[in-house]
Design a protein around this ligand. Structure first.
Ligand SMILES: Nc1ncnc2c1ncn2[C@@H]1O[C@H](COP(=O)(O)OP(=O)(O)OP(=O)(O)O)[C@@H](O)[C@H]1O
Ligand SMILES: [Mg+2]
Length: 939
């Protein structure tokens, strides 16, 4: 323990730190370094220190090799205004301080220059600032691509893209313990651009909406914002239409959570929502339709369910509640009540009415509310996409991914596995991009470089989750969802039997029911309670069929797939998806899209849990840096050569640095080219030598030159300076030439005027014909010009009409082409997902067939055994029958014997008695004889 005294202040250190855990501090020159990969002493403490000192000075953005790290400021900073946008426009990353705008601009320029789609992946914990940064990306792109950018006015499509956000947030965000505006879904927004770099459309994909929040929330959280906005902000007439006469506290789905968010007015937010709807071009009717779904859910929550005393049969307690609900849903009360309480179900071949208990009815109501919300949300996003995806001119896109980062909670369920699985794939994508591609490239280019094994082999964990052979967690879950009598317990045991001790990434959980999975960031315990149900999302088909016939076209449309016959047909056709299948498909499609882009990585960091500005909890931050791969990223960026250029590109761009200024003839390159052909590699080496760069700062490969971070920035600076000088020189020469020509011309004109004037004066001042001609001339010219201009006007009008017609036709054709393209894309996507699913299904089928064959074999053996046993049994029965007969016979004999024995016993006892009597007789006779003998002897 150490103790230091500073005047009145005493600091006590109670922590003992091992010598090998202590690292060097960077010299003051590196304080608040823009790029942490540049730190001389790169260690965890320096990285956190650098982030913390920058954060305290309101510098929330810091580079870290390939990453941009963004720490949530928890206050509004003046770094997103128009001046800042201009500051970053068309600037390379190293010119201005780190910023989300710099990354966005880089992506934008990459896209235009290389004609390659770009993606910006924004991840981080809840509350770290993902959504705020995503909004800044879109705001920047909208601003720099609008021609009216200088005046601050955006074009219509740009406005609509920005206005999609408040709508999505109203329906997809809610207050949680960690974030007052937490997005409860992930999104990938693709912004399309035309060849000239104008925004031409957008498309939004969404993932994993947390629908359980619709029916339950923890006491410190809220339901989705839209519920409160509707109740607090909607005009009375609309609420009357939906029969919503209560306040927030009167609705079961809202009253157990928070009711307001400090500093937020739900009524004002509703007005913002309405204006966003208007800008998006949603009609009044459409808005009413979207809000009707919310009202219906509120009514569903308020439906009180009880049970009959005599039986378990459920009943609805308040008729008026059912009436309100059915009015809002547009279905008949009786039919709904019957479908809810006594639905018709198939039992074997017959249809029967099944009684439902109170708990079952409650369950189907919650399921209905959740499904309605999810389908309403899906419809809303589709509509937004219809508005935004309107131009066929999109040739490239920049995609922005805003998705929840890897996290561990006290209880981790199915939804958390989906999120962590997504992050495992994204981390793998990053690793692939950074490590694998780098290493491949070095090997291909024959560059001398020590490979670093970062040891993050994520594939086994991913396989464990998604593979169908050997059967992974998702496949196993899907399989058990169709197995009769499977339960969460049997599913968990099956997983244990499949993976325990067979993969070092899997262990049975220490919890009662669940498993432990080793992810790239940490080991996580998952509880498998309720997984079978969560995966299949069971719905009361009677109700969904009824809703497909609703009077309200919007509601009927949401359930159109559930119309009678359609559902079974869908199941038969295999169009039905479990939640796991759907998520896997969506993720595969996302990864395919990301793989076709040049990615940029933004990692958002939560500085503290109290939502306080200028407070950084170092342990919390370090944990996040480790989890999101920033620390590994820094290490590899420093050891490698992140910047590279092809020989041709390098020569084209930087040869000027050594040839300009008359030195060309004297450079080794010039001397070499003078004597004949020089290949790219040699030329680049000669240029690099002439540039006097440190040899360790670059490597020359087979087709490219590689640079360490920061070197290109220096070369660019030198080049820019040179180019500026050259351009200034050209400009000055050109201007001089032009001015000289202009002056000469004017001089000639002046002289000519003087000559003409002199001549006219001298010869023609008194000629009457000349006077007449001078007076007539303007009239003649004017007349001719009028006729010509009328003819031109006529032609012009004709051309304008033709042009308008042609434009209309072109618009129609391109619109048709766009629609067809979109349809084709959708069909291809469906085909792709069907194909993927078919492979899964084939795998399951194959496994089932193998199992069936095994079972059949077992059955045949068992049947043989049975036959043998039956024959044996028959023989034994015969033997038994014989034995029984013998027993019968012996029993008769025995009885006979017993009878004879009884008689003999009787005879024996009479004989015994007679013997005794004879013996007694004999004894008396012997006595008498003895006496006689005695008497005789006496005698
Ligand atoms: N750049 C920023 N400037 C000002 N405030 C910010 C910034 N980034 C985040 N915040 C504040 O932090 C809050 C949370 O940020 P945000 O909603 O973007 O988090 P998130 O990472 O999207 O979280 P979740 O995963 O829960 O959706 C914002 O509502 C805002 O108050
Ligand atoms: Mg968010």
């Amino acid at each position: 323990m150490a103790c230091y005294m500073f005047d009145a202040l005493t600091i006590r250190y109670d922590r003992i730190v091992r010598k090998e855990d202590v690292d060097k501090v960077n010299p003051p020159k590196f304080d608040k370094s823009n790029d942490m990969a540049e730190l001389t002493h790169l260690n965890e403490a320096s990285v956190v220190h650098n982030l913390a000192t920058r954060y305290m000075a309101d510098m929330i953005y810091t580079y870290s090799g390939l990453f941009l790290v963004a720490v949530n400021p928890y206050c509004s900073l003046p770094i997103y205004n128009r001046e800042y946008i201009s500051m970053y426009k068309n600037k390379s990353r190293d010119v201005a301080s780190p910023h989300i705008y710099a990354i966005t601009d880089q992506a934008f320029r990459n896209m235009l220059e290389m004609h390659e789609n770009q993606s910006i992946l924004v991840t981080g914990e809840s509350g770290a600032g993902k959504t705020e940064n995503t909004k800044k990306v879109i705001q920047y792109l909208a601003a720099v691509t609008t021609p009216t950018h200088a005046t601050g006015e955006l074009g219509r499509i740009e406005q609509q893209i920005l206005q999609a956000n408040p709508i999505l947030e109203a329906f997809g965000n809610s207050q949680t313990v960690r974030n007052n505006n937490s997005s409860r879904f992930g999104k990938f927004i693709k912004i399309g651009f035309s060849r000239s770099g104008q925004i031409s459309g957008a498309y939004i994909n969404w993932y994993l909406l947390e629908k359980s929040r619709v029916v339950t929330q923890s006491p410190l959280e809220r339901n989705y914002h839209i519920f409160y906005q509707l109740l607090c902000g909607a005009p009375a007439s609309l609420r009357e239409k939906f029969l919503l006469d209560g306040k927030v506290g009167d609705y079961a789905y809202l009253k157990n959570g928070q009711r307001t968010i400090p500093g937020v007015s739900d009524a004002d937010e509703f007005n913002n929502l309405t204006s966003a709807f208007t800008i998006m071009g949603f009609s009044e009717q459409e808005q009413t339709d979207l809000l009707r779904v919310i009202a219906i859910i509120l009514h569903i929550g308020n439906l009180e369910v009880g049970a009959e005393r005599s039986s378990w049969q459920a009943k609805l307690l308040q008729y008026v509640q059912v009436e309100k609900l059915c009015h809002a849903m547009g279905v008949p009360v009786d039919a709904f009540t019957k479908a809810l309480l006594r639905p018709r179900v198939k039992a074997g071949r017959d249809w029967v009415d099944q009684s439902r208990t109170q708990a079952q009815v409650q369950f189907s109501l919650h399921a209905l509310a959740k499904t309605l919300y999810e389908r309403g949300f899906a419809y809303l996003v589709n509509r937004i996409n219809d508005v935004l995806e309107r131009d066929s001119a999109s040739t490239m896109f920049i995609g922005v991914l805003d998705i929840a980062g890897f996290e561990i909670f006290e209880t981790n369920s199915f939804e958390q596995l989906c999120i962590n699985y997504t992050n495992e794939k994204l981390q793998q994508f990053f690793n692939h991009h950074m490590f694998v591609l780098e290493q491949d490239e070095y090997a291909r280019e024959n560059i001398d470089w020590q490979f670093i094994d970062f040891g993050h082999d994520l594939q086994p964990t991913i396989d464990l989750i998604e593979k169908s052979n050997p059967i992974g967690i998702f496949s196993c879950l899907d399989e058990d969802c169709v197995m009769p009598r499977a339960t969460d317990k049997s599913f968990t045991e099956k997983l244990h039997s499949l993976w325990d001790k067979k993969s070092d990434k899997y262990k049975p959980s220490l919890l009662k029911l669940g498993f432990r999975l080793k992810h790239y960031a940490a080991e996580v315990d998952y509880s498998t309670e309720g997984w079978l149900e969560k995966n299949t999302d069971p719905l009361n088909e009677n109700i969904t069929q009824l809703l497909s016939l609703s009077d309200q076209p919007h509601i009927a449309q949401l359930f159109a797939d559930d119309a009678e016959g359609t559902l079974t047909a869908r199941k038969k056709k295999g169009l039905f998806r479990t939640v796991a299948q759907r998520h896997k498909e969506q993720l595969t499609s996302l990864m395919t899209q990301l793989n076709s882009t040049h990615p940029h990585f933004v990692r958002c960091i939560l500085p503290n849990h109290e939502k306080r500005p200028r407070k950084m909890d170092n342990v919390l931050v370090l944990d996040q840096l480790r989890c999101n791969g920033v620390l590994e990223g820094i290490r590899i960026a420093r050891t490698g050569f992140p910047n590279r250029l092809s020989f041709a590109e390098f020569r084209q761009r930087y040869e000027i640095l050594v040839t300009h200024g008359g030195g060309a003839r004297g450079t080794p390159l010039a001397r070499a080219t003078a004597t004949g052909y020089v290949d790219g590699q040699r030329a680049c080496s000669l240029i690099l030598d002439a540039l006097n760069l440190d040899k360790s700062a670059y490597r020359v490969g087979i087709t490219k030159v590689f640079f360490r971070a920061g070197v290109l920035a220096e070369l660019e600076e030198r080049r820019e300076k040179l180019v500026r000088t050259v351009i200034t020189l050209i400009q000055s020469r050109a201007r001089g030439y032009l001015q000289r020509r202009y002056a000469n011309k004017r001089l000639h004109r002046a002289e000519a005027v003087q000559v003409i004037a002199r001549n006219i004066k001298a010869s023609q001042t008194d000629n009457p014909w000349w006077k007449l001609y001078v007076k007539m001339q303007p009239l003649l010219i004017a007349q001719r010009e009028t006729v010509q201009s009328m003819a031109r006007d006529g032609e012009y009008r004709k051309v304008v009409v033709q042009l308008a017609d042609a434009e209309t036709e072109a618009r129609k054709v391109s619109e048709r082409a766009r629609k067809l393209e979109a349809e084709m894309k959708k069909v291809q996507e469906t085909l792709e997902s069907e194909r993927a699913l078919a492979i899964d299904q084939q795998e399951i089928l194959r496994r089932t067939q193998t199992r069936e064959a095994d079972l059949e074999e077992q059955l045949a053996v068992t049947l043989e055994d049975l036959d043998m046993l039956e024959a044996q049994c028959e023989e034994l029965l015969d033997a038994k029958r014989k034995a029984d007969k013998e027993v019968e016979m012996w029993r008769g004999e025995l009885e006979n014997g017993a009878r004879i024995m009884g008689r003999l016993e009787g005879e024996k006892s009479t004989m015994d008695k007679r013997i005794e009597a004879l013996e007694a007789d004999l004894r008396t006779k012997e006595d008498k004889e003895g006496k006689i003998h005695g008497e005789m002897e006496q005698l």
